[in-house]
Structures are given as structure tokens and as C-alpha cells.
Design a protein around this ligand. Structure first.
Ligand SMILES: Nc1ncnc2c1ncn2[C@@H]1O[C@H](COP(=O)(O)OP(=O)(O)OP(=O)(O)O)[C@@H](O)[C@H]1O
Ligand SMILES: [Mg+2]
Length: 229
């Protein structure tokens, strides 16, 4: 479904991603882990098409070349990303924004309750004044209603308390087969609990190791610098 070929990303003349190949099929969950600053968020941003990321190579979603499309067009084709630091948009409510994609208001209210967000959440301005954890829950809430093809979660677990994390993990597992997933996290136990089909280590802009969930155990024991040596 998603096919990355020799992706290179430059930001302000600096090479950040230095040749990444990756294939993600529907129902697969690819865990992406690696040291701070190794390029995980940059790779995700390049796939969704954020402007300042100068990207070469090929990013195909069901044979459609995404690099020729802008960020909005890619989203319309079914690329969804939850941000490491989600933005706020004062002046537009959570539901107003979501209703551009989905009119299932009753289901929206149910999901708000399931995620234990406040009852007035739908009518609050988008992420305005929201806590870090509430913003992360809002990302999942959108995901449940947008129905994309490819889901990229960048550090979704950061800022979520244990109860929230449990609900989010359940929701991801329930919807796992519907989408293709790239999940970025520093927390190997969170990644393990999502039963990833593939695990990749990104170091200095390159995927240095690909394996099964076993690879996460090796990282826990040896750290990033020794894995794969
Ligand atoms: N817009 C930008 N301008 C300048 N440098 C950038 C920009 N975006 C990313 N970088 C640099 O690219 C490198 C990779 O950053 P990136 O955010 O992709 O890392 P990461 O693997 O997601 O790290 P973390 O685990 O801390 O989230 C860093 O050195 C960062 O400073
Ligand atoms: Mg990051």
C-alpha cells in the first residue's frame, strides 16, 4: 500500500534522511524507534508533505506518487498523521473541524466519552487550552472519524497517563486491520503492546535494523548503539 523508495530529506540544506526504503501494507503495524534527532519526525513529515521538507525518492500510496501532491491532497488521499506536538486552532470548535470529514455526531460523543474527555469537548475550540494528554486523545478521536488508509502516530503515548494509554492501545488494536500503521515511540513497552508486525531502528537518517518485536527486547538490553553490531 505505502511504498517508500530511497527517500532523502533535506531541511535548510542539511541532510536529515539519507535513503530510506519502507513498505507498509494494510493491517501491518510498523514500529519506528531510534535516538533523539535521528529523523523519525522528519521522515513522517516528509511522507505527509510538510512544506519545508525537501524530499527526493518516491512515496507511493497504492501506486499514486505522493511527492507530486501537496499536504492537503495527500490527506485527502488517506494519509493521516498525529503530531508529536499537536497545534491549537482558536476560533473553530473540535466538532466543527471534524465535521468536515464526518457527520457522525452521536458516535463522536460516544468516542469522547470512551476517551474520557470532558462532556463539552465537542464545542470547545480545537485544542485551545487543552492539556498535553487531551491533545493526544484528540488526535485519536480524529483518527477514528477520518477513516484514512495510512496512519502515522508520532509519539502519541507521550503525555498520556496510564489509564488513557490503556484506552488508546485498545482503540489502536481494535482498528489495526483497517489501516496501515507507522508508530513512532521511545517507549518499547508501548510498542510491544501494539503487537507490531515490523520493528525498524532509525539512526542518523537511515534504517539500520529491521526485525520483529524481538528487536525491541534487544534495544532494551543493549541500547541503540550496540544493537545490530
Ligand atoms: N524545521 C527544521 N529546521 C531545522 N532543523 C530541523 C527541522 N526539523 C528537524 N530538524 C533537525 O533534524 C534532525 C532530526 O529531527 P527529528 O525531529 O526528525 O528527530 P526525531 O528522531 O523525531 O527525534 P525525537 O526522538 O527527539 O522526536 C534534528 O537534528 C533536528 O534538529
Ligand atoms: Mg520526533
Amino acid at each position: 500500500m505505502l511504498e517508500l523508495k530511497d527517500i532523502k530529506v533535506k531541511i535548510n540544506e542539511t541532510n536529515i534522511i539519507k535513503g530510506v526504503n519502507l513498505n507498509v501494507k494494510q493491517g501491518e503495524l510498523h514500529a519506528l524507534i531510534g535516538p533523539n534527532g535521528s529523523g523519525k519526525s522528519s521522515l513522517a513529515n516528509a511522507i505527509v508533505g510538510r512544506e519545508q521538507y525537501e524530499t527526493t525518492g518516491s512515496v507511493k500510496l497504492n501506486d499514486l506518487e505522493l511527492l507530486e501532491l501537496d499536504v492537503t491532497e495527500r490527506a485527502k488521499e488517506g494519509v493521516f498523521m498525529s503530531f508529536q506536538s499537536p497545534p491549537s486552532i482558536p476560533g473553530i470548535t473540535n466538532y466543527k473541524l471534524l465535521s468536515q470529514f464526518s457527520k457522525q455526531y452521536e458516535k463522536y460523543l460516544e468516542d469522547i466519552e470512551r476517551l474520557k474527555l470532558q462532556s463539552g469537548w465537542a464545542q470547545r475550540d480545537f485544542n485551545d487550552g487543552a492539556s498535553g494528554g487531551e491533545k493526544k486523545k484528540n488526535e485519536i478521536l480524529q483518527l477514528l472519524h477520518i477513516n484514512p488508509k495510512l496512519v502515522i502516530l508520532d509519539e502519541l503515548d507521550t503525555g498520556l497517563d496510564v489509564d488513557a494509554l490503556k484506552i488508546v492501545k485498545e482503540l489502536i488494536n481494535e482498528h489495526k486491520n483497517k489501516f496501515g500503521w507507522i508508530v513512532i515511540s521511545h517507549n518499547s513497552s508501548v510498542l510491544r503492546s501494539l503487537n507490531p508486525t515490523h520493528v525498524h531502528i532509525l539512526k542518523d537518517g537511515k534504517i539500520t535494523n529491521t526485525g520483529s518485536v524481538e528487536l525491541l527486547n534487544n534495544i532494551d538490553e543493549q541500547g541503540f548503539s550496540d544493537v545490530g553490531k
